[in-house]
Design a protein around this ligand. Sequence first.
Ligand SMILES: Nc1ncnc2c1ncn2[C@@H]1O[C@H](COP(=O)(O)OP(=O)(O)OP(=O)(O)O)[C@@H](O)[C@H]1O
Length: 321
Amino acid sequence: MAKEIIQIKDLKVHYPIRSGFWNRITGYVRAVDGVSLTINEGETYGLIGESGSGKSTTGKAIVGVEKVTSGSIIYKGEDITKASNRRHLNYNKDVQMIFQDSMSSLNPRKRIEDIIAEPIRNFENLTTDQERDRVQELLDIVGMPSDAIYKYPHEFSGGQRQRIGVARAVATNPKLIVADEPTSALDLSVQAQVLNFMKHIQQQYNIAYLFISHDLGVIRHMSENIAIMNRGRLVEVGKKDDIYNHPVHIYTKRLLAAIPKVDVEHREEHKKHRLAVEEEYKNDQSKWYDENGRVFPLQKVSPTHSVALPASEINEMKESD
Ligand SMILES: Nc1ncnc2c1ncn2[C@@H]1O[C@H](COP(=O)(O)OP(=O)(O)OP(=O)(O)O)[C@@H](O)[C@H]1O
């Protein structure tokens, strides 16, 4: 049985909305509104959703860049939303992040050597020579030439910069990397290279990824377990095959139907299917939210598949099995 590495329980991140002369809080953006998920050692957990659904905020809250409003993040049996636990559990070393935009996430004024060495300096006491050897080793792991250490981020292509971002993220030997749209800014061919090589590193070092993307093709290629996010909540969670072969929630069906098909023979059929799903989505949308306009809590439809639907719908599905 897979060993779990991190457990997120009922995570909420609400941003205050301020307005008026006194800049008073007049409401909250419920960016993340009760997300629970468990990631196992060495696995890739895919988090999908449209723009603004709360994926990045979830990722940032997990690594500690964003303040958690409520909920818990259990790592090695302790809740790391309490700062003292973060320190003694080495959480900041074990959990790293890769960002979408490598141009802004890598400091343009620093040489690659310093960019990659920075996290090492935070957690280890190495001599200058040891540190340089480690940076060289990391560059080698991500397939970059050794003279890259003397260069600056702008001297590299987007794909190469993303590799440097990966080198920096793995520098501390992390157990979990939150990868937020790590390849969406890249050309398709470079995208595949970076993804394959992230998989390779994962197998070599047994790293778990929380892989955030709006691209279902990429998530399918990378993940074992998948969660679909909508309006700050999860609407469907399951094994990759549960989600791709038997989507239940109309929001998931709609996301899947929107993937363009290369298969010319079935293009018309696919178009019809997409339009039908779109129609169902428009007509039935109200059914997917409770009286407060919130997504229903997740309920199991099988041991590996949960969906946010009213209890009556779930029971109906189980009875018809
Ligand atoms: N610092 C902030 N202050 C206020 N609202 C924010 C802040 N950051 C994000 N939001 C809001 O929270 C919601 C979720 O944003 P988030 O960036 O997590 O979505 P996302 O699913 O990652 O979208 P994208 O794929 O476009 O990055 C959005 O409505 C966004 O406008």
